[in-house]
Design a protein around this ligand. Structure first.
Ligand SMILES: [Zn+2]
Length: 372
């Protein structure tokens, strides 16, 4: 999310709006023509498993093998929409836990405190992971000083409730030099004038050229009368499956021509000062997910609009804010050694568009990237 710090502290105090979960947990059908992209991975680079989380907040172990020549490991955990999820552990063959949950309290307490009290929803530990409602996603490695683990990995799901039927998907695309990301662009508007999309896309592409990533737009369309041109999201907490953003993401998915990332330009957000939001932190290449989408507010300045798109795309692919501050006052730097506040970085709340070598490394691990 892009928002001023003053605004962040303000909006984080807003209470979560109520709402029904009806309709948001069921993925829409994929486009009939399947689009121009092949998003599918075949085993052993694609692993599906399910698990049950017990009263201790942890699932049993789910084992999988990392194929040689893997670019990165994208893990998606999907369960009930009212439950918080994270990784409980991710152990290498050598027994090293890449996650290591914090001590002090039950897993339910740890997850709920992080999400509802601190609200940054970032768990301390060697892996930077963001607690989410309903669907949790992460990507590893997160920085150049982490290598892709080899051999067998064992993960456990952490959840705030005991639940069965939790679905785990692990995507391990090949390290094939992929450097193309595809977008489907939607202008969600009730205004007569169009935003400066072409010039904004030029800014977006220039920013990603720093990382050697090409941005391809598969389609552009305008949605009118959707009821979502000014989403009512309060940003009190990270977006939930019943949010307007989730509903808009699914509306866009049904209309998207390909499996590219759906990007929405809305007229405004209900909360002043908010410029954008990504449902993935980072996301996973699962076009059926209610968390598939990035959103920015309209701006007449094409650089600002392009920069907002680039910032949210950064979240969706791999990147975190250079620094986040929770309601507790805890400061959470991103996992990278070469980023710092005040250097006009793309992942600072406002301003810059620079990407570091570390951010480039993280972005190039993304399972969203294609070879063409
Ligand atoms: Zn952000």
């Amino acid at each position: 999310m892009i928002v001023s710090m003053r605004r962040l502290l303000l909006v984080l105090f807003v209470e979560l709006a109520g709402g029904s979960l009806a309709g948001c947990g069921t993925p829409p059908a994929r486009p009939e023509d399947g689009g121009v992209l092949d998003m599918t991975l075949d085993p052993p680079r694609l692993v599906h498993a399910s698990g049950t989380v017990g009263d201790d907040g942890l699932s049993g172990t789910i084992d999988f093998d990392v194929p040689d020549g893997t670019r990165g490991i994208s893990i998606e955990i999907v369960g009930g929409a009212h439950t918080l999820y994270a990784l409980g552990s991710l152990r290498t063959a050598g027994g090293n836990d890449l996650v290591t949950l914090p001590a002090g309290g039950t897993i339910k307490q740890i997850l709920e405190s992080s999400f509802f009290d601190d609200r940054a929803a970032i768990l301390p530990g060697p892996m930077y992971q963001v607690v989410r409602l309903g669907t949790f996603t992460t990507l590893y490695p997160q920085s150049p000083d982490q290598a892709v683990p080899s051999g067998r990995l064992s993960l456990r799901v952490a959840a705030s409730d005991s639940v069965s039927g939790v679905q785990v998907t692990v995507r391990m695309p090949a390290d094939d030099g992929a450097g193309v990301v595809h977008l489907n662009l939607f202008t969600v508007s009730e205004l007569a004038a169009a935003p400066p999309i072409d010039a904004a896309l030029a800014s977006l592409r220039a920013i990603y050229a720093q990382a050697g990533i090409e941005v391809v737009v598969d389609g552009m369309q305008t949605l009118t009368g959707s009821g979502f041109s000014s989403p009512t999201e309060t940003f009190s907490y990270l977006p939930a499956p019943d949010s307007d953003l989730c509903a808009l993401a699914q509306l866009g998915r049904m209309r998207a021509p390909t499996d590219g990332i759906d990007a929405f330009i809305v007229d405004s957000f209900a909360v002043p000062g908010v410029r954008g939001e990504s449902l993935g932190l980072p996301g996973a290449p699962d076009p059926g997910s209610y968390y598939d989408g990035i959103f920015v507010g309209r701006d007449d300045d094409p650089f600002v609009l392009g920069r907002s798109l680039a910032h949210e795309l950064g979240h969706e692919l791999a990147l975190q804010h250079v620094e986040n501050i929770g309601m507790s006052g805890t400061v959470y730097p991103d996992p990278l050694a070469d980023t710092m506040i005040g250097q006009a970085n793309l992942m600072e709340p406002t301003g810059g568009s620079l990407l570091t070598a570390g951010q480039t490394y993280a972005l190039r691990r993304s399972a969203f990237l294609r070879t063409k």
